[in-house]
Write a protein that binds this ligand. Structure first.
Ligand SMILES: [Zn+2]
Length: 189
């Protein structure tokens, strides 16, 4: 498989497909850490007592994120460091809406923390303009040739951003049964 499919991601690969791996540029990582009494899943970072996670032959799986497809000690994550080889079409943002002074202040803070790759929570009531307050930070990320993942229970949040951006964004609706394809913007659903 084309190694670009693994850029900046940890892709779950089952033991059958692991036999087909050829490209040495692909890093093969464990999916689960096995400790004395518990296992820790590297996908959802949840710890589980071994007795609740046991499979035959001394293997283990994570019961907490099974709705995304089973991850077990038989699987591996394939990963290639993100090379950020994106082209930037300027201006990055085609959205010309007006933010209020307080929204503008929040948007600047979001952009600043995204630049420093810091964790943050933007919380406001429905209709407060949270999506629009993200535009400045997201546009700066795109201009820096970074890859973005948007996790949202509502698809329209993502569409709002793709409409506001002039970039040729590709979407990967993340379902475990879909074929793996590398895209600049990933939205788990
Ligand atoms: Zn898990």
């Amino acid at each position: 498989m084309d190694k670009s499919n693994y850029y900046g991601r940890r892709v779950l690969v089952n033991w059958v497909d692991q036999q087909q791996q050829a490209d040495p540029a692909i890093k093969v990582l464990p999916t689960i850490a096995v400790h004395a009494q518990t296992i820790r899943c590297y996908r959802c970072n949840t710890e589980t007592p071994k007795r609740l996670a046991a499979l035959p032959n001394g293997e283990y799986y994570c019961p907490h994120c099974i709705n995304l497809g089973r991850v077990s000690t038989l699987d591996k994550f394939y990963h290639v460091l993100e090379p950020n080889q994106f082209t930037v079409k300027k201006p990055v943002l085609s959205w010309h809406g007006q933010l209020s002074p307080l929204q503008e202040r929040a948007a600047k803070q979001v952009a600043s923390r995204m630049k420093d790759h810091q964790r943050q929570l933007l919380w406001a009531v429905t209709g407060a303009g949270k999506t629009e307050m993200m535009f400045k930070g997201l546009a700066a990320c795109l201009a820096r040739r970074e890859r973005i993942a948007i996790a949202s229970p509502r698809v329209d949040v993502f569409w709002n951003f793709t409409r506001a951006s002039r970039q040729p964004l590709l979407i990967r609706i993340w379902r475990f049964y879909m074929p793996i394809r590398s895209c600049r913007t990933t939205m788990p659903s």
